[in-house]
Write a protein that binds this ligand. Structure first.
Ligand code: DLL
Length: 430
């Protein structure tokens, strides 16, 4: 039996990447007018191309995709395209991504690999509660679970009571959805009198599409499912299935036979060493319809190229810290929501539901952190609430180096999300 790519060792992976890098650069040079122009402008000599020359290739950005809307970056004849997805961009043109049959096939393989790494098998019942449609979450996990031979419940998002009923009656063992929706489902199960240990059979959570913390993992693994895994992806790189946490859960293995990763300083573009924090830049090695060279993901993480105890040789990225465009600038200081989430997690009596409201007081930026208290901490314990609020404000000031106001709200008062949570309300932008 031939070995499968996710069983390659590190030197096999490096060899494969060197070959594929050269191949993809030549391919886009031949087939994409956009990249031909870019590579010519950068003076890239294809005849002598070596893996390290990748650093000379200019970055591709989301602006390039928007400027060439809708399909200016495809590298095949339109007749070969079989699927289009689009990301919802809040302003201007959406980002459209195009797939050939080969791409759909490769994507299903990667998504299946991710499910396998989490411990799923053909025996599992996989409830896919990511949105189906232009968003890649639903269909991406769906195809992977089918490829695995599992039974798929294509629940999509919304109608939370029905989700819980299906989960219970059909015996779902794997739940794929955003971590914020998993928290909402767990909370709603309680309200419906469903005891996850008694009434549900959930073993595995395949949770991604937004950043989430260890404290969310702890809550979900204690109260809802046995093992919560972080899955990463983005539509420009197919969708979900780019990287996944193995059983060790100390980083996400990125499928290096399909994606070549660099971490750069987002301000200077300089390539950083493994272990250094920066923006992830990805070159797609297999994508057929719309390959991308050095695509700036805007996601901040750290590359870890050490051997993982789980035995998988593909390098890992640390949990995504945030996006360069989610980073809040408050009075000149950079703040990531994940830093605030970590502080909240360190306090008793709080729920994982929070919201950040930024506005201006005259010339000064102001950050208000709204957090819901847990059921047993309701307003009758006023003195403790005031004390908790003060301690939180102090801790946040220490961690973020700016003063922050905290408002503790009653249980179930902040909005819940079915897809990606909207945690930031920046009133400076309205
Ligand atoms: O969110 C694809 C996906 C679907 C991934 C389901 C995982 C599960 P987009 O809508 O294009 O695609 O958004 C991509 O979402 O650049 C990150 O900022 C964020 N993101 C995705 N996965 C994670 C994660 C899908 N595990 C953008 N942790 C990316 C943190 C994530 N952020």
């Amino acid at each position: 039996m031939s070995i499968r790519a996710h069983e390659f060792n590190k030197s096999q992976i490096k060899e494969l990447q060197a070959r594929k890098l050269k191949e993809v650069v030549s391919r886009v040079y031949q087939n994409s007018p956009f990249y031909r122009r870019r590579l010519n402008e950068a003076g890239i000599d294809l005849s002598s191309f070596r893996p390290d020359d990748i650093k000379k290739i200019p970055f591709t950005t989301k602006t390039d995709l928007r400027d060439n809307y809708p399909l200016g970056l495809i590298s095949v004849d339109m007749s070969k395209i079989v699927r289009l997805h689009a990301s919802s961009g809040t302003t201007g043109n959406p980002t459209v991504v195009a797939y050939t049959k080969k791409d759909i096939d490769a994507w299903a393989e990667l998504s299946m690999r991710c499910l396998e790494i989490c411990g799923a098998t053909s025996e599992d019942v996989v409830q896919v509660s990511y949105g189906y449609g232009l968003f890649t979450g639903g269909l991406g996990l769906h195809y992977g679970a089918e490829r695995l031979g599992a039974k798929v419940i294509p629940a999509s998002t919304g109608n939370t009571k029905r989700q819980l009923k299906l989960m219970k009656d059909l015996g779902a063992t794997v739940l794929a959805c955003t971590p914020s929706y998993a928290l909402f489902l767990a909370e709603s199960a309680k309200e419906e009198g469903i005891d996850p240990r008694r009434d549900l059979r959930l073993r595995i959570g395949v949770l991604g599409a937004e950043p989430w913390s260890e404290s969310t993992r702890k809550i979900l693994e204690e109260e809802f499912l046995q093992s919560a895994h972080d899955i990463y992806g983005m539509s420009e790189l197919n969708g979900p299935g780019v990287a996944i946490e193995c059983r060790k859960k100390n980083g996400l293995h990125i499928w290096e036979d399909h994606y070549f990763v660099e971490i750069i300083d987002p301000n200077t573009g300089e390539v950083l060493e493994p272990g250094e924090k920066g923006e992830m830049v990805v070159t797609t090695l297999e994508k057929d319809g719309m390959p991308l060279l050095r695509y700036r993901t805007r996601d901040i993480t750290i590359l870890d190229d050490e051997i993982c105890e789980c035995g998988i040789a593909h390098a890992k990225i640390k949990k995504i810290i945030g996006r360069t465009d989610d980073m809040l600038k408050i009075r000149g200081i950079s703040v990531f929501p994940s830093q605030i989430e970590e502080v909240i997690a360190g306090f008793e009596g709080l729920t994982p539901f929070y919201q950040l409201v930024v506005d201006r007081d005259g010339p000064l930026d102001r950050l208000l952190v709204k957090i819901e208290v847990s059921e047993d901490f309701k307003s009758d314990r006023l003195v403790e609430i005031v004390d908790l609020q003060k301690r939180l404000e102090e801790e946040l000031r220490d961690v973020l180096s700016i003063s922050v106001a905290v408002e503790l709200t009653e249980p179930r008062t902040l909005p819940r999300s079915e897809g990606k949570a909207q945690r930031i309300i920046d009133l400076r932008k309205v």
